[in-house]
Write a protein that binds this ligand. Structure first.
Ligand SMILES: [Zn+2]
Length: 559
């Protein structure tokens, strides 16, 4: 086992978690009996229970336990202008590329390649583009010659990297990269137009991959599906899911399933101001569904097309943003460790660099988690300045400013946005909890879920299911616990050992067993009368607890 490939082991863990989720009724593939629908998942009874527990912990910590938070539940369908103002219509895109051989599409940033090599390609192309921009178009034929010549310098770059010797074929493929400006659509246009098109293609490639990327891919990257190198030109793909409102399908009827819950809060900012008259700082919170037309949904519930978010838009005077940012950072850590029970060493803060942040954001921290398939984003905390309210004020022509009574100042509040994915929380909790050990000479797989999130806190059972006296007492205890704690289950299937295994597998922290001592049967230990066995999931240890103390005993475990 020691020389096992670590990557293989990781995959196995993920597969085991997915299989457990299906087998025990946590999460199923969406529309499974019809062959499924990629990127959608259905939560079964245990998955729902786990999800609700997580959402309730979040809502309690960030909304009900605070005095400055306003909960909302906005509509998923919104006026499409909302997404124009927020920038989603223009910029909520992923770079998509199609393999012309097998017709499969991929996200360019999901393909495997050497980043350094791509950077070399990009640098060289920018130089070529700059050279073209400075060209006098009146001598257009020369412009093309220069372009070809400049682009030849890219080949020199590639050669210098010592990767390979370039063939005549590759050389001509590269010239095609320049001459694509003359593609069939452009026939009949002047050479000046073509030169401009080439410039725009080249400058766009700086921001968004484009034509250069195609050249790069065709030289360096095999299709992960068919192994060929025959790529189309990457294009921007808007990830919003379009829908149609009303019976007539035209441009005016197009709307979107919201790509994030935030929009629903910004459009209600004025409603909250007008109805509750809060003073800054204050926040709005929402838990709800959002939709993204992911090109390649993957990693179980990590990257999906229908997701759930828990988001806060917290409005501040810009002079106080740093303190608020820090305090949310702390609260997010408390949620991660105290509420979800994730191990601190598996969560990492990533300070998002200037060039990777949205242009309006002054600071962003990603919280990353060590998932079985690698370190990936779990949550985000962003200082978004006044971008959102300003954009929506402009887009709607409604004043979204705030008047500070004390300083007599009017300004547009700035926003701190802590953002949490529900599915990612669940996957982190499951990955964190999945464990295998040796108990009583047997290997067991189980979920070490924190009592706060476990679908059931306790399972109650009679030692034997065919002894009515035991069953009756167990049923009474079960009903009492269910009434008081909610999260109790009655389980009398199979023998006690099997029940323990079953409960371990779904992460139930405690099993309560009613035996002959409990009911004071003849030959029973009188000391143990009116007491039950409480068995602990993680250690397998057992103790006797008085029936009368049981609810308090278990409730204390939730603190
Ligand atoms: Zn292919």
């Amino acid at each position: 086992m020691t020389n096992e490939n670590p990557k293989e082991k990781e995959l196995t863990t993920m597969e085991k978690i997915i299989s457990l989720c299906k087998r025990r009724g946590f999460i199923f593939q969406g529309s499974e009996i019809y062959g499924g629908l990629a990127g959608t998942w259905d939560y079964g009874p245990l998955g729902v229970a786990l999800k609700k527990n997580i959402e309730n912990l979040w809502w309690k910590r960030f909304v009900t336990d605070r005095e400055d938070m306003y909960g909302v539940d906005a509509a998923i369908l919104m006026n499409p202008k909302v997404w124009k103002s927020s920038g989603h219509v223009d910029t909520f895109t992923d770079p998509l590329v199609e393999c012309l051989e097998c017709k499969r599409s991929f996200r360019v940033d999901h393909l495997e390649y050497d980043e350094k090599l791509l950077t070399a390609y990009k640098n060289a192309t920018q130089k070529a583009a700059a050279k073209l921009l400075n060209t006098d178009y009146t001598v257009h034929q020369k412009a093309f010659d220069d372009a070809v010549e400049s682009c030849d310098s890219i080949l020199e770059y590639v050669k210098a990297l010592g990767r390979k010797k370039l063939t005549e074929e590759e050389l001509s493929a590269f010239r095609e990269f320049v001459m694509i400006a003359k593609d069939s659509n452009e026939k009949g246009k002047s050479v000046v137009d073509q030169a401009e098109r080439l410039v725009s293609i080249l400058s766009e490639s700086k921001k968004f991959l484009g034509i250069l990327m195609r050249y790069f891919l065709n030289n360096e990257v095999d299709c992960p599906n068919c192994g060929k190198k025959n790529w189309g030109i990457p294009r921007k793909f808007n990830m919003m899911l379009k829908t149609q409102i009303g019976p007539v399908a035209d441009d005016d009827s197009i709307s979107y399933l919201r790509p994030e819950t935030a929009g629903g809060m910004f459009v209600n900012f004025k409603n909250i101001l007008d109805t509750f008259h809060p003073k800054l700082p204050f926040g709005m919170a929402q838990i709800g569904k959002a939709f993204r037309n992911e090109i390649a949904p993957r990693d179980f519930i990590f990257r999906v097309r229908e997701l759930e978010q828990m988001e806060i838009e917290y409005f501040v005077n810009p002079i106080e943003w740093e303190g608020v940012f820090e305090s949310f950072r702390k609260d997010m850590w408390s949620f991660i460790t105290d509420d979800l029970g994730l191990r601190k060493e598996n969560v990492h803060e990533l300070e998002v660099a200037d060039e990777d942040r949205a242009h309006y954001s002054k600071r962003t921290i990603d919280f990353e988690f060590d998932f079985p398939f690698g370190k990936k984003e779990l949550y985000g905390l962003a200082y978004r300045t006044d971008f959102d309210l300003k954009s929506h004020a402009e887009g709607s022509s409604v004043d979204l400013s705030y008047f500070d009574e004390e300083t007599k100042q009017r300004f547009v509040p700035h926003v701190i946005e802590p953002s949490f994915g529900v599915g990612r929380s669940i996957l982190a909790v499951l990955s964190n909890a999945y464990a295998e050990d040796d108990l009583g000479g047997e290997t067991r797989a189980f979920l070490k879920l924190s009592p706060k999130v476990a679908p059931f806190l306790v399972a109650v059972s009679p030692l034997l299911k065919n002894k009515p006296q035991l069953v009756e007492v167990a049923q009474t205890i079960y009903r009492d616990l269910k009434k008081k704690l909610g999260r109790a289950i009655f389980d009398d299937n199979g023998n006690v050992g099997k029940r323990y295994r079953r409960q371990d597998e779904i992460g139930t922290p405690f099993c309560v067993v009613v035996d002959f001592d409990t009911i004071g049967a003849p030959d029973a230990n009188p000391e143990f009368k009116d007491m039950v066995t409480v068995r602990h999931r993680d250690t397998g240890e057992q103790e006797r607890v008085k029936i009368a103390d049981l609810a308090n005993y278990l409730e204390a475990k939730l603190k």
